[in-house]
Design a protein around this ligand. Structure first.
Ligand SMILES: [Zn+2]
Ligand SMILES: [Zn+2]
Length: 383
């Protein structure tokens, strides 16, 4: 295996999904793993918190009352980052004017939602079974469908489903938005202000930087390789190599990607070419729920703590060219900051900010550790 030498030498790895490089310095982790010294942390949150704005039956900041929901609940963010209505803005004057060249701005409108994952204040995705995660996926799908451009080829394939969606209905947006970002910030380390398990969905008029960069790379690969999917080919290669796989089922592959920046970064990739949530049938949605359950439970088991991360789904834009939609390949990223224990975190500083991202532990080592910590959630045994 020619790659074996890469366990010992500093090298750069290419990220074909973004067209960027990162520095890997595996010799810095040659010392044996010390293991974590801290006591496993117990979740001490109550099942219901009367002061939480996400718990069923509670009042939110602007006076709205949450229903007594049973699985998931969606509402428009009371403090949205973008709004549907705002004052018009257009740059004036000569486009070659220095101000218009160097001080550019574009208005952005959109709609932001909050989605709770469970009515219980103290249950995270790691505590939920695949069947309990399924309504969350169904609700994501429902919101994606409600915002899809009627001109998109995806609008026609929206599959009928027998999975019950969220407890409340989602009203159609006022305008056609271009992008929907589904994401979760988990834990105070990731700036999450409320421990009640929830995620967010922001839809916007423009295509944001990360998906835009990925879409360019996906389109380029498709053009240069007879219509093939970069991530489809990558998933096949990882299944052959078996070096970075954490978990897999019929529809999804969980890997620490070759180009991972964060120590225990993980990607869930659809094995077949799926463009968006609406391409998944009920069985594939359950496989996706199982993949999410496996990632989050292994994360918590790794350092026996409630593992912080930011996660997000990349899929086809709500509105786009046929090429953009066909080049999209459904996947989910998990970016966790923890490095060696519940308290030692990695920061992107210094060299990472000024030159390029850098990591010590290799993605192969990270995958092996995550493979080894499946099984029951550690805190089920804690008293
Ligand atoms: Zn709560
Ligand atoms: Zn992505």
């Amino acid at each position: 295996m020619p790659e074996k030498i890469l366990d010992d030498i500093s090298h750069r790895r290419y990220n074909p999904l973004r067209g960027t490089w990162l520095l890997v310095s595996p010799h810095r982790t040659k010392r044996p793993w010390q293991g974590q010294q801290e006591a496993a942390s117990k979740i001490t949150l109550p099942e219901y918190d009367p002061s939480c704005y996400l718990c069923p039956g509670n009042k939110r900041a602007q006076g709205d009352l949450n229903p007594q929901y049973k699985s998931t609940f969606v509402f428009v963010n009371d403090y949205s980052a973008v709004k549907e209505e705002q004052a018009e803005y257009k740059q004036q004057g000569d486009p070659n004017d220095l101000s218009n060249l160097l001080l550019r701005a574009d208005p952005v409108t959109g709609k932001c939602y909050v989605i709770t994952f469970s009515p219980s204040h103290n249950l995270t995705l790691a505590d939920l079974t695949p069947n309990e995660i399924l309504p969350v996926i169904q609700t994501w799908t429902q919101i994606y469908t409600a915002h899809l451009s009627p001109k998109s080829p995806l609008a026609a394939v929206s599959k009928p489903s027998t999975i019950a969606p969220a407890s409340n209905s989602i009203s159609a947006p006022n305008a056609q938005y271009r992008w929907m970002q589904i994401f979760e910030n988990k834990g105070a380390a990731m700036g999450c202000s409320n421990p009640h398990p929830h995620g967010q969905i922001w839809t916007t008029t423009g295509l944001p930087e990360e998906p835009s960069q990925e879409l360019e790379q996906l389109k380029k690969y498709r053009r240069e390789h007879n219509g093939k999917s970069l991530l489809g080919d990558y998933a096949k290669l990882e299944m052959e190599k078996k070096e970075r796989i954490v978990f897999q089922n019929t529809s999804f592959l969980v890997v620490c990607p070759w180009w991972a920046i964060w120590p225990f970064e993980v990607m869930i990739i659809s094995k077949e070419h799926k463009r968006a949530l609406v391409d998944l049938d009920d069985g594939e949605k359950l496989d996706f729920a199982e993949a999410i359950a496996e990632v989050t439970r292994r994360y918590d088991n790794l350092f026996e703590t409630s593992f912080p991360y930011s996660s997000g789904i990349h899929q086809a834009p709500l509105e786009g060219t046929d090429e953009e939609i066909e080049a999209s390949h459904f996947h989910m990223h998990f970016y966790p900051p923890l490095l060696r224990s519940a308290t030692v975190r990695k920061f992107l500083v210094g060299y990472e900010l000024m030159a390029e991202p850098q990591r010590d532990i290799t993605p192969e080592q990270a995958a092996a550790r995550l493979r080894d910590c499946g099984g029951e959630l550690y805190r089920k045994h804690l008293k």
